[in-house]
Design a protein around this ligand. Structure first.
Ligand code: NAD
Length: 354
């Protein structure tokens, strides 16, 4: 692996930790982008990467995204992210999670972790046995912040899609609006359920076809093969799987008016935001629309530290501010002629002092 500061995705990251624990076999990266507004907060991804370079790229990009996301959500947190490099067999053992917990603890609170792709609530509970700098822990009290952030992320995206439909299509409801959902996991599945409740027309897709089909059956939706979802004619394309799907080829295939979904780092390169705008597609910047989970996780963490409001209604109140922020970005984008992703980046950079 080359030095992280020579990577193209290096953006003045404050610190990048490379972890290898011989005993458990854990290999991980913890990237801290900025602690300007508070401890670097962001989830842990468990993923098999074809090469370590791809894991470093993910850690650098995702942690920067967290700095921007936390700042734009008005949270007193900086940006960080961890990736655990899974082996080809994707084995995850209690010993690996314990070693990961020790690595987080060694940073002394500069990094606060939570779930991301491939990491469950139970995994986080295992990590929490070794460090207190953890959030997104199982929560039995429905009146308090906490638990799996996925449903809160989904709630924010649902509000964001409604705002986009209002802004671009002039409709007050998503009833009959066709949404193509890529990825039907924790976030995509939650978004689909909320939209189905409002009468949206849904096309679902997942590389785990059984997962998509089971949800489609429950919601009365259609499914398409994973390769076909981006070219499905629809009003809203909602990416809720992995990042970098909006590249030259992906954008060329889109047949929609709006892109609004929860996947992190949807734009493959900076130039892809303007490319969407040039095609007349309204884009909801990913880290603004998908902040619901980090809002929940942060409120839970601050509450446990005795510094925040534990009430679930405070989480809901903050998530309900996401549409207003999106509209502010879209209006500024229209006024300035600068694409919405770049408007959001400028706002976020200002907030983190860059
Ligand atoms: P998840 O693991 O629960 O679900 C992801 C789903 O996407 C899986 O069902 C997987 O099979 C599917 N998938 C993977 N590649 C695909 C492809 N090419 N086409 C179609 N489906 C594919 O993960 P999640 O928690 O739902 O997260 C989804 C995305 O949202 C990720 O990018 C994540 O970083 C982002 N995100 C999640 C949260 C959260 O609170 N969980 C918060 C913010 C952002």
């Amino acid at each position: 692996m080359t030095a992280f500061w020579t990577e193209p995705d290096f953006d003045e990251h404050e610190r990048v930790e490379l972890i290898h624990d011989r005993k458990s076999g854990l290999t991980a990266i913890i990237a801290l982008h900025s602690t300007h507004l508070g401890p670097g907060a962001g989830g842990t991804r468990f993923w098999h990467y074809a090469e370590p370079k791809a894991a470093m790229r993910d850690a650098l990009r995702l942690s920067r995204g967290m700095s921007y996301k936390n700042a734009m959500a008005g949270l007193p947190m900086g940006g960080g992210k961890a990736v655990i490099l899974a082996g080809e067999d994707r084995t995850k053992t209690p010993e690996m999670l314990a070693a990961f917990g020790d690595a987080v603890d060694a940073l002394g609170g500069k990094y606060v972790t939570a779930e991301d792709v491939g990491i469950s609530e139970a995994d986080m509970a295992a990590v929490a046995k070794r460090t207190k700098f953890v959030s997104g822990l199982p929560n039995d009290d429905a009146d308090e912040a906490g638990g799996d952030p996925g449903p809160f992320t989904a709630m924010g995206i649902y509000h964001g899609i409604k705002a986009a439909v209002q802004y671009k299509l002039g409709k007050d409801s998503v009833e009959g609006v066709h949404v193509a959902v890529q990825g039907t996991g924790s976030v995509g599945g939650g978004v689909a359920k909320l939209l189905a409740h409002d009468g949206a027309k849904l096309t679902l897709s997942d590389i785990d076809e059984k997962r998509a089909e089971a949800l489609a059956k429950e919601l009365g939706a259609q499914t398409v093969h994973a390769d076909a979802i981006m070219s499905t004619p629809c009003d809203v394309f909602s990416p809720n799987a992995l990042g970098a799907i909006l590249d030259d080829e992906g954008i060329g295939r889109l047949d929609c008016a709006i892109v609004a979904g929860g996947a992190n780092n949807q734009l493959a390169r900076a130039g892809h935001g303007p490319m969407l705008a040039a095609r007349g597609i309204l884009y909801a910047p990913d880290y603004v629309i998908n902040a619901g989970g980090i809002i929940s996780v942060t409120m839970e963490y601050l509450c446990r530290c005795g510094e925040g409001n534990c009430d679930i209604n405070e989480v809901r109140r903050r998530i309900a501010q996401i549409p207003g922020r999106l509209v502010e970005i879209w209006e500024e984008s229209e006024r300035s002629g600068i694409s919405s992703d770049q408007v959001a980046d400028r706002m976020a950079q200002k907030l983190i002092g860059r």
